[in-house]
Design a protein around this ligand. Structure first.
Ligand SMILES: [Zn+2]
Length: 425
């Protein structure tokens, strides 16, 4: 396997990574181009544009007598805290927070969502999927595409649009626009907005709920799929629904924002993570996220530690050598939430592994004569490849530690309890 000479991504990274003549991956190159571009952006002008736009929507809603100036889709994570703080405290809007409850929650996720609503004193609408529906959806999509979190993404990407129509609130404010970057087509200039198509392609693996209803073997009903049906065009037009991304208007630094919401708003980090060193991200549903990420590892031979370490390398906050240590420490780890998931859906581990087997990428996995799967290569074997020194970025902030917030009283007991079951509400 070929590995990037700058970061730690392998050649089979999704979606479609390519290497240039210097052995540097398209992700690293697109990050470089983005950095140059972002440094040239007239941020004060963009911020004025944002301020004017928010002001117009606020005036329009208040003239109508509508109590909500905009909608903010939230999970309760660090981005949610930052979005709501910015919109409410900085720009003075009264947002309606909208949240989708996938039901595979951790106590930490619930505490952070509660903290968000309390600290920023906001109205929240939460759609809770029936637990049985969540299990059927996770199980079916696991078989279909090897993903237990399809309903998470479908829910958070659709329910806010339904709420916008229902509450007659045209403006949705999202956080970071990440799709263009993923595809290596950074186009901040276009001020891209939320679309049904992008949602379906990038978050829902191409499936609308209508497609799942038509699958003869899905057994899913309209009731199971209720929050995922996209509103009709005429309803969207009547309300004038649009979704903007804050990252197109204000400089976006995920790590700095996490540190800001920890200090300012009491956002709580994880104490430790099983599959990565990054304790800030994806805390709301560590459980299924651990499994979700482990499935990626079983399919493609790399996981979240590769993602997080590559990101740190690109920011100049971690050396490639240290990044390799992180991959070696975390990427192969079997997360304990597998047991919680299997118990929840009533499935044996052997059945899960058999489902994933045909999805294993043969360019990295080989089945031994004893029936066990082994990775045929690892970035660990590519510490000293030729060209590494030439590809190296200067370290600006070597291995800066992540802030860990003190564990709340009673949190440990909740965590232990959560080793056996999900938290519903
Ligand atoms: Zn790279």
């Amino acid at each position: 396997m070929e590995y990037c000479k700058r970061c730690v991504y392998p050649a089979n990274t999704k979606p479609g990574i390519v290497f240039d003549d210097e052995g540097i991956c398209s992700g690293c190159r697109s990050f470089e181009a983005k950095t140059i571009f972002l440094n040239q952006v007239d941020w004060p002008a963009r911020e004025r544009k944002l301020r004017d736009m928010l002001g117009e929507y606020k005036d329009q809603q208040r003239k109508k007598g509508n109590p909500f100036d905009c909608i903010i889709p939230v999970s309760g994570g660090k981005d949610s805290h930052f979005q709501v703080y910015t919109v409410k405290e900085k720009y003075g809007l009264n947002p309606l927070l909208v949240s989708y409850n996938h039901t595979f929650n951790t106590p930490l996720g619930i505490r952070n969502l509660t903290n968000l609503v309390e600290k920023l004193d906001c109205n929240l609408v939460r759609f809770t999927t029936a637990p049985g529906s969540a299990k059927r959806l996770a199980k079916y999509m696991l078989k279909k595409v090897g993903d237990v979190t399809w309903h998470y993404h479908a829910g958070i990407m659709t329910f806010p649009i339904r709420a916008a129509v229902q509450y007659d609130v045209p403006l949705m404010v999202w956080g970071e626009e990440g799709f263009s970057e993923l595809m290596g087509m950074y186009n901040l200039d276009d001020f891209v907005e939320f679309t049904k198509k992008k949602r379906q392609e990038h978050s829902m693996r191409g499936f609308e709920p209508e497609d799942l209803l038509l699958e003869p073997d899905s057994g899913l009903t309209r009731y199971d799929l209720a929050p995922f049906f996209y509103p009709a065009d005429e309803d969207l037009e009547r309300v004038g629904v649009r979704g903007i991304y804050l990252s197109n208007y204000i400089p976006w630094d995920g790590r700095a924002q996490a540190e800001f919401v920890i200090e300012k708003l009491g956002f709580e980090t994880a104490q430790a993570r099983e599959r990565t060193f990054n304790i800030y991200a994806k805390n709301d549903d560590i459980h299924a996220n651990g499994l979700h990420d482990y499935l990626k590892y079983l399919k493609f031979g790399y996981g979240r530690a590769t993602d997080d370490a590559s990101n740190e390398v690109r920011h100049g906050r971690m050396s490639r050598e240290r990044a390799i240590d992180m991959v070696a420490q975390y990427d192969h780890v079997r997360p304990s939430d597998i047991d919680v998931f299997l118990k929840s859906v009533g499935m044996a581990e052997a059945e899960l592994m058999a489902l994933i087997e045909p999805m294993r990428d043969p360019s990295i996995w080989r089945k031994g004569s004893d029936g066990t799967w082994r990775a045929t290569d690892s970035v660990v074997n590519h510490r000293d490849d030729p060209g590494i020194e030439q590809a190296r970025l200067p370290l600006v902030d070597d291995n800066r530690p992540f802030i860990r917030t003190p564990e709340k009283p009673g949190a440990r007991a909740q965590r232990d309890q959560n080793q056996t079951q999900y938290v519903l509400l």
